[in-house]
Design a protein around this ligand. Structure first.
Ligand code: ZN
Length: 105
């Protein structure tokens, strides 16, 4: 049996919750469990399924309850009751945020 980290187990739980509760509407609320990865953490919070889908779609991003941000993951975005954590936006994404700078002499 492959080793799964706590947070990957939680992600499986949340993916199942998304299927059961989320339906097809992006603004539907679902209950998620914290993906901070600490053993024994089953903190729960609510979020819209579109936010869950965003975290799933972004490599390395996890959803944690507010205050559970791991020290080695910087919060990417804080929401009411939970945060996205994971790698910050890539250099390519950052350059998209600052258009025109590269072309200045
Ligand atoms: Zn937690």
């Amino acid at each position: 049996m492959p080793h799964l980290t706590n947070r990957h187990v939680r992600r499986e739980v949340n993916a199942a919750a998304r299927e059961l509760e989320g339906g097809s509407h992006p603004s539907q609320l679902m209950n998620a469990v914290c993906e901070c990865g600490r053993g024994g953490c089953f903190e729960r919070f609510q979020l819209v399924v579109s936010a869950f889908d965003e975290a799933v779609a972004t490599e390395g991003w996890f959803l944690v309850a507010s205050g559970h941000e791991p020290h080695d993951d910087r919060p990417v975005r804080r929401e009411a009751g939970y945060s996205f954590v994971g790698p910050q936006a890539s250099k390519a994404q950052l350059s998209d945020l600052r258009p025109g700078l590269a072309g200045i002499d």
